[in-house]
Design a protein around this ligand. Structure first.
Ligand code: SAH
Length: 342
């Protein structure tokens, strides 16, 4: 691992030990890094010689803002960051009554191929390092001046396809000496990689798992989410049941409302039957139209009809408030538009 910001304080301690430094320095370095210093010169309580060695062996990289868009309507801010290798990813800052939340990317591009999603159109490039996920939270906070209390892993990429780096990121961002963001304030969204859901269950984290279900049957899901061919709905929902039993954490199911595809009363009734015993919550998202896709958002009436069927059956269902509609603020659209233009 080459970036110190991807390392735990323990690992930084190992690095410093090699440099014949006392153990207490690890905590100092860790805490500076997680304050978002952009050069070792700012680490004023370290000896000058140590700062110089670290600068040479572990150069600090600070992501650069390529584009920043602010919604005039709701204060949502969208960042496009340049990574060290010239790739870019996006982060969205959203203001809610309970605090500020950032939606971060976990990969450059995506290989999952969902029919409605802009992040996957140009394919997959690479996984993000733990530091590159942390940097999105840290530098969004520093640039905006808004303290961040909540994180959703719902930007570009599939978090469970980058399992080890994502787990490390969670450990880092949760560290009391670092950003100290509570696991209970973090949501991780997956398109449904069953073996990874099983693996995550073992860790019994207090985060919220969101599963992008988007359809009540294989018949429909197969047509919009290629991952369903590998992990069909029965396997996915069984894994969700085991996850709930193991962790006691209620799963949130995401359901993008697509006109004429998954929004009929029959689909709602089937969904009710399939979510039995899961103590699930359904988060309905009006589809964000992506230029290249023929799929259209459901009408308001159909969204309301769907929601009522779920609620009448005792399944809590909310319709996600759409933020930043005036600034490409969803699902890989800023990166896509930027790459198309340049
Ligand atoms: N790969 C992960 C997380 C990233 S996508 C996942 O699939 O869950 C975050 C959420 O946005 C997912 O539920 C995804 O299906 C949804 N999404 C993607 N494109 C969308 C669009 N055009 N309109 C509405 N929701 C979309």
């Amino acid at each position: 691992m080459k970036h110190l910001r991807s390392m735990t304080a323990g690992e930084i301690g190992e690095v410093l030990k090699e440099l014949n430094q006392p153990a207490f320095r690890a905590k100092q370095v860790f805490s500076w890094l997680h304050k978002g210093v952009t050069s070792y010169e700012e680490m004023t309580n370290l000896p000058k010689a140590l700062r110089d060695v670290l600068a040479e062996k572990y150069p600090l990289y600070t992501p650069r803002v390529l584009r920043k868009q602010e919604s005039q309507k709701d204060g949502t801010v969208k960042y496009l960051w340049a990574l060290e290798d010239g790739n870019c990813v996006e982060t969205v800052l959203m203001r809610y009554h309970y605090g500020n939340s950032v939606c971060i990317s976990t990969e450059v591009g995506c290989k999952m191929g969902c029919a409605f999603c802009a992040s996957t159109l140009a394919g997959f490039v690479r996984r993000l390092e733990p530091s590159e996920m942390l940097d999105q939270v840290l530098f969004t906070q520093l640039d905006s001046g808004q303290p961040i209390s909540h994180i959703v892993l719902m930007g570009i990429g599939e978090p469970l396809d980058n399992y080890d780096n994502v787990m490390r990121f969670l450990e880092l961002v949760n560290d009391p000496e670092g950003m100290n963001i509570s696991m209970r304030h973090i949501s991780l969204s997956t398109c449904g990689l069953v073996p990874m859901i099983e693996k995550l269950a073992e860790k019994k984290l207090q985060l919220t798992l969101s599963v992008s279900l988007h359809a009540p049957s294989d018949e429909v899901r197969d047509t919009i989410m290629p991952v369903n061919k590998a992990y069909p709905t029965e396997e996915l929902l069984s894994a969700c049941r085991r996850y709930y039993q193991k962790t006691g954490r209620r799963i949130s199911f995401e359901y993008a409302m697509i006109d004429g595809v998954n929004d009929t009363p029959e689909a709602a009734k089937l969904l009710v039957r399939r979510l039995k015993g899961l103590s699930a919550h359904v988060n309905m998202i009006p589809l964000n139209h992506v230029e290249e896709s023929p799929l259209k958002p459901s009408t308001k009436q159909n969204v309301a009809r769907f929601q009522k069927i779920l609620e009448d059956a005792g399944i809590p269902a909310t319709v996600r408030r759409s933020l930043g509609g005036d600034i490409d603020a969803s699902c890989g659209q800023l990166r896509r538009n930027y790459n198309k233009r340049t």
